[in-house]
Design a protein around this ligand. Structure first.
Ligand SMILES: Nc1nc2c(c(=O)[nH]1)N[C@H]1C(S)=C(S)[C@@H](COP(=O)(O)OP(=O)(O)OC[C@H]3O[C@@H](n4cnc5c(=O)[nH]c(N)nc54)[C@H](O)[C@@H]3O)O[C@H]1N2
Ligand SMILES: Nc1nc2c(c(=O)[nH]1)N[C@H]1C(S)=C(S)[C@@H](COP(=O)(O)OP(=O)(O)OC[C@H]3O[C@@H](n4cnc5c(=O)[nH]c(N)nc54)[C@H](O)[C@@H]3O)O[C@H]1N2
Ligand SMILES: [Mo]
Length: 764
């Protein structure tokens, strides 16, 4: 039997602390997975559902974007994928009775954990202006309300259409089509807070904003650098790939302020010997200071340049641009400054260099540890310089590997969810559909918040996600949201964004990945639909849900967009929305005509393994940049400079959460139990700052705008992080991230480098 959701809230946050672990996955992971899954789904549904994850006839795991291997295990999922599935396939329900019992003001006092634990949304719900409770509403009335508010706008640019990264290709394509036919490019998405820095740096330097490696490249690599990523928690299936790479002889360098258990040792739950002993993964751990990566790669580049025969001169000559300028800048890199910026020793760096020079095929993998700093874009460009120097792009076993987060965040971008669409994409839309899409750029996430705050945007529509909790500067974002005329959320689960509303608000409940999607076709017969997704390595495949939907009142995301578009755009629309809703294959036919790489989409996606999108640098060493070559870049080295008595805080994920969805209160690998309000501090720093393990402090962020941002009541945990650095979980710490503290060029909130001071908590 599934168990009941927690009644009490605030759930007691009383962290208990033990030694951090040195290995990830293995037997405890399996027990833990099944326990969480069974609480939500009961025993039988757990077994039936988990067997379908990532199988060729099943659904794509709604967890991360790591690709599926060619030879799939019967259990091709990980502990955290199983938690993501259980969270969606739960038997708990949030019904109209629940909303009648909980006024919105009450929901706003609840923790994200409590809200999520209540279960799946079952009915469209409406909060009228001045109302205190959400009330059930028909779908027709819900679409009328959205249409009323959109029609009342002075310009379509006063509407915002946010997307989170679980939305399928089909739904994403329809959604951006609707926004653009309406007349706006205001399509902010979670990517703006995530890998935007990677996209910005890669498009400029190699001409494609996506990773250039496939799974088999990892198996062929000599050296894999994993920088700013915690795969043990966030991409657990990557550990199997790293294990295989090691078995084939690869070396691994991990670059991280924290010693992450998953990168130390991996106990593969799918092999008996793996469960017992496990494989050591990291050969060299570079415990870097937060934000020191650009300096590290810059110095490595200098050392490569100074080593006879280390540069792949032929590649540089044939395929790159800007080498001389870059080399001059890199030769000027300074040892002393690098040691300060990175906190590493000369020996660390020399050892790394030895491994770099010994490798003919090098891959660099990264995630949020590189993308969420002020200087993230130049940092990632420096990684590209590093790979270009030795010809490590566009050959087997080598390349760039930004490891994407949400399971279809890369696909959503491919489908046109982007506030700054390429002219060629808009031209193709125009040709296919016969309307003129707007050319002016729209708002990204940070600019969308400013627009709401300043009254320049009045309707906020979200296709999934939890905008209020995921965004920076929580108080500013919440106040901005409350100024909206209408906030609308297409959601599977309850979250804080439903409680912080505009004057009017709607919750539109939708099908999840795990659920069967039936649409009534033109012949009047119900036909099962499937959707498609693209993983982190550009592989596109089908996803088919099998479970009965959580409620008979749910609509699929494509159906919601099609009906809304018909209602809002009416007779004037040039798009056959009704046909699209009835048969998603017709949507794929259009995608095939609009987006390069999707030719014969329906035929190719019918293959169980799907197909791989073309990637010019990877496939042909062709670099579609402005210069027609791969671009070396030469930016000055930056790194955060910390005032006396302050720490540099990174906001990261615990093992029991998926972004703003909190599965539980433990962070097993880091030895934290039963609480999330913890701040990990190096014991030496704690001593200097006069705080000890177990005391409670407020985190107070300091930024140049002089505004004091405070997150109260965090338990200090002595932890072996790099000196001067601290770590605490997101989203509790988003209050500390200033809205305007963003990465240059990409405008991604700098949520991994927040300057804070610790103050004794008043309550301590
Ligand atoms: N279970 C689970 N899976 C997830 C998610 C989840 O929340 N839960 N989220 C998904 C999403 S959307 C994303 S984007 C990914 C996120 O995946 P990650 O990027 O792995 O997530 P974070 O927890 O933010 O971890 C950042 C890592 O970078 C390190 N780091 C921080 N600052 C620096 C730095 O300056 N330099 C270096 N070298 N390292 C640094 C941190 O110590 C940490 O190990 O995971 C995806 N998968
Ligand atoms: N401080 C700080 N802030 C961060 C980050 C950080 O590291 N530090 N990371 C950033 C990153 S990398 C990201 S990607 C963003 C994440 O930002 P979002 O993507 O906006 O947030 P999520 O928590 O993933 O969204 C969870 C909600 O999505 C809904 N949902 C789940 N599945 C589905 C579905 O299939 N369809 C629909 N329609 N809805 C669904 C549920 O209602 C759930 O409550 O947060 C960013 N914010
Ligand atoms: Mo993300």
């Amino acid at each position: 039997m599934a168990s009941k959701p927690p009644k009490a809230d605030p759930v007691q946050d009383a962290p208990q602390v033990a030694e951090p672990k040195h290995a990830a996955a293995g037997i405890p992971a399996i027990g833990h997975t099944l326990r969480i899954a069974q609480q939500q789904m009961g025993v039988k549904r757990t077994a039936l559902t988990l067997l379908r994850v990532n199988q060729k006839d099943g659904f794509d795991c709604p967890g991360c974007a790591w690709p599926e291997p060619e030879h799939r295990h019967a259990a091709e999922f990980c502990e955290n994928g199983a938690k993501a599935v259980a969270e969606e396939a739960t038997l708990r329900r949030v019904t109209p009775e629940f909303f009648a019992a909980h006024p919105v003001a009450d929901l706003a006092t609840r923790s994200g954990y409590w809200l999520g634990q209540q279960g799946r949304l079952t009915h469209p719900m409406y909060l009228p202006e001045g109302g205190t409770h959400y009330e059930p509403v028909t779908w027709e009335r819900a679409f009328d309300i959205v249409a009323e508010e959109i029609t009342a706008l002075a310009s379509p640019d006063e509407a915002l259409f946010y997307t989170s990264g679980r939305t399928s290709n089909e739904a994403a394509f329809l959604y951006q089509l609707f926004a653009r036919e309406l007349g706006t490019n205001n399509l902010p998405d979670c990517s703006n807070m995530c890998h935007e820095s990677s996209g910005s740096a890669l498009s400029e330097t190699i001409g494609v904003g996506k990773g250039s490696v496939l799974l088999e490249d990892l198996y062929k690599a000599d050296l894999i650098v994993v920088a700013g990523q915690n795969p043990g928690t966030n991409h657990p299936r990557m550990l199997s790939a790293l294990e295989k790479a090691k078995a084939n002889g690869a070396k691994i360098i991990s670059v991280n302020p924290l010693p992450e258990a998953g990168l130390e040792r991996f106990k593969n739950p799918q092999t008996p010997q793996g469960m017992l002993k496990g494989a050591a993964l990291t050969d060299l751990f570079l415990q870097i200071r937060i934000g020191g990566d650009q300096a590290l790669f810059r110095l490595l580049n200098k050392l490569i340049l100074e080593t006879e025969g280390a540069v792949d001169e032929e590649f540089v000559r044939e395929h790159t641009h800007g080498y001389e300028e870059f080399a001059a800048e890199a030769r000027a890199a300074d040892w002393a400054e690098t040691l300060t910026a990175t906190g590493l020793s000369q020996q660390d760096i020399e050892q790394a260099l030895g491994m770099v020079l010994a490798s003919k095929r090098t891959i660099v993998c990264w995630a949020m540890g590189l993308t969420q700093h002020k200087h993230s874009v130049p940092t990632i460009r420096e990684v590209v310089n590093f790979l270009l120097l030795r010809g490590n792009i566009g050959r087997p076993g080598a390349g760039v590997c930004p490891v994407r987060g949400h399971s279809n965040v890369q696909g959503d971008r491919t489908m046109g969810i982007f506030e700054r669409p390429a002219p060629a994409f808009l031209d193709a839309l125009e040709k296919e559909f016969g309307f003129a899409p707007p050319r002016e750029h729209g708002y990204d996430v940070v600019r969308a918040i400013r627009a709401l705050r300043d009254g320049d945007a009045k309707v906020f529509f979200a296709m999934g996600g939890n905008f209020v909790s995921a965004s920076p500067d929580t108080e500013v974002t919440e106040a901005a949201m409350r100024r909206a005329r209408l906030t609308v959320h297409v959601s599977t689960k309850l979250n804080r964004s439903h409680a912080i509303t505009g004057a009017r608000a709607l919750i539109l409940p939708t099908l999840g990945r795990t659920e069967r999607d039936l649409q009534v076709g033109p012949n009047g017969k119900s036909t099962e639909q499937f959707v498609t997704v693209e993983d982190s390595m550009g592989m596109v495949h089908a996803s088919r849900g099998r479970l009965e939907p959580a409620s008979t009142h749910l609509l699929s995301e494509p159906a919601i967009v099609c009906r809304l578009a018909r209602r809002v755009l009416g007779e004037t629309s040039k798009v056959p929305w009704e046909e699209f809703e009835k048969d998603y294959a017709t949507v794929r036919d259009r995608i095939a005509r609009v987006i390069p790489g999707f030719e014969s989409f329906n035929a190719r996606v019918a293959r169980p393994e799907g197909f791989t999108l073309p990637h010019a640098p990877r496939d042909e060493r062709r670099f579609p940049t402005a210069t027609g070559k791969a671009n070396f870049t030469a930016a000055p080295v930056e790194y955060p400079k910390l005032p006396e008595g302050r720490l540099l805080l990174q906001t990261l994920r615990s093992h029991d959460q998926y972004n703003t969805t909190i599965y539980g209160l433990d962070d097993r690998y880091r030895g934290i139990k039963n609480g999330r309000r913890v701040v990990l501090v190096n014991p030496e720093d704690a001593r200097t700052l006069g705080v000890t393990d177990g005391t409670y402090v407020d985190l107070v962020s300091e930024w140049k705008d002089g505004i004091e941002r405070r997150a109260p009541g965090f338990r200090v945990v002595h932890y072996p992080t790099a000196r001067g650095c601290a770590a605490a979980y997101y989203p509790e710490t988003n209050v500390l991230v200033p809205l305007d503290a963003t990465a240059d060029t990409s405008n991604t909130p700098a949520s991994k480098s927040v300057v804070v001071r610790l103050e004794q908590s008043a309550t301590d």
